[in-house]
Write a protein that binds this ligand. Structure first.
Ligand code: HEM
Ligand code: HEM
Length: 289
């Protein structure tokens, strides 16, 4: 992420106006976009699976015995058309049109957990949703392994993702946080690598959140309890594993929202070009374009 490729000069300024540097290796770029595809399909097929029983429990058994910690559904008590609701603990929200009750492709009002525009397939089909989910789960795991192996082999994690001691100082972290909150992003030389909060977030996603999806996914998979029984126990039972899988999926969605917002704010063309072609432009201090 550091080698200088070319200097685009030709301006009266003595400082180079723009440097094109190699920012991302081919493996990082390829695995990043495959991961994006896998996560999108896994999320949407996962929501299809969730719709088969739109409630989450804690512990081993769940559904028959315990009260759901989170559920969505349709309420007919008003006398008129059903109202959609989502309940977390003792708080219930009216979510008609989105959660619990929404419209199908023909415009009819139907009872379903998540609406058709976030599920895969968009119509109700648990078996197909499961097939998509399990196929892309393996693609996702294989892709992550390639990324991790390449990251170790090229020392990408040490060079680009692990923050330096300097960057971990509380003052440096607070300064970076304040800059993020004021939407003030590094320019010039400082934009060459990731900033500390960015590094910590990527590390949390790569080494905690994504592996957690795999482990809780495996813990839920039929047959796995015979091969690695301790995995289900580690998460406190199958229902807890499912709840953690769902919450972690929500955290990934949150991360992607902020991640894409940052890309748009920092400079979408330069950032996306870097993640597609590898080339990233560093602008001199005298250039604010
Ligand atoms: C539309 C969706 C996405 C866009 C536009 C996008 C864009 C980008 C860009 C431009 C970078 C490079 C940032 C930089 O050089 O400063 C990046 C890095 C990264 N993105 Fe995304 N991303 C997307 C989805 C995702 C998803 C779904 C994940 C994971 C769940 C993810 C995880 C990462 C990680 C871990 C890095 C750091 C990669 C490394 O250096 O090893 N991104 N992304
Ligand atoms: C970023 C990646 C992933 C996302 C966003 C995701 C999302 C989801 C969601 C929302 C559900 C529905 C929860 C439910 O009602 O049971 C689900 C279910 C499930 N997921 Fe994932 N998942 C991901 C990766 C994986 C992986 C890697 C595996 C396997 C190793 C996996 C295995 C499962 C299983 C076994 C179920 C329950 C299926 C069933 O009850 O029929 N998931 N996933």
């Amino acid at each position: 992420m550091s080698e200088i490729r070319a200097a685009d000069t030709g301006l009266p300024s003595r400082r180079p106006r723009r440097l094109l540097v190699d920012r991302h290796t081919r493996v990082t770029r390829l695995t990043h976009w495959i991961n994006f595809l896998c996560v999108a399909v896994l999320l949407m097929s996962g929501l299809q699976i969730f719709n088969a029983h739109p409630a989450l429990y804690w512990g081993k058994s769940g559904a028959d015995t315990d009260r759901a910690a989170f559920e969505m559904g349709a309420d007919d008590s008003g006398g008129g058309p059903p109202a959609g609701f989502a309940r977390i603990g003792s708080s219930t929200f009216n979510t008609t049109g989105i959660l619990g009750v929404s419209r199908n492709a023909s415009g009819e009002v139907v009872r379903r957990g998540f609406p058709r525009w976030v599920t895969l397939p968009s119509w109700r089909d648990l078996a197909l949703g499961r097939r998509w989910h399990f196929f892309f789960a393996w693609a996702f795991v294989a892709n992550l392994l390639v990324y991790l192996a390449a990251g170790l082999a090229t020392r990408h994690f040490w060079r680009d993702l692990f923050p330096s001691q300097e960057q971990l100082r509380p003052r440096a972290l607070l300064k970076d946080l304040a800059n993020h909150l004021r939407l003030k992003f590094p320019r010039g030389e400082a934009s060459r690598g990731y900033n500390p909060l960015q590094k910590l977030t990527y590390l949390a996603v790569v080494f905690v959140l994504l592996p957690l999806m795999i482990l809780t996914g495996l813990a839920m998979s039929p047959g796995m309890d015979a091969i690695v029984p301790w995995l289900v126990d580690l998460f406190g039972g199958r229902q807890s594993a499912r709840t953690i899988h769902f919450i972690a999926a929500g955290l990934i969605v949150l991360f992607v929202f902020v991640h894409v917002a940052m890309v748009l704010l920092v400079g979408p063309l330069n950032e996306l070009r870097a993640m597609i072609t590898g080339r990233f432009a560093i602008f001199g201090e005298d250039d604010h374009g």
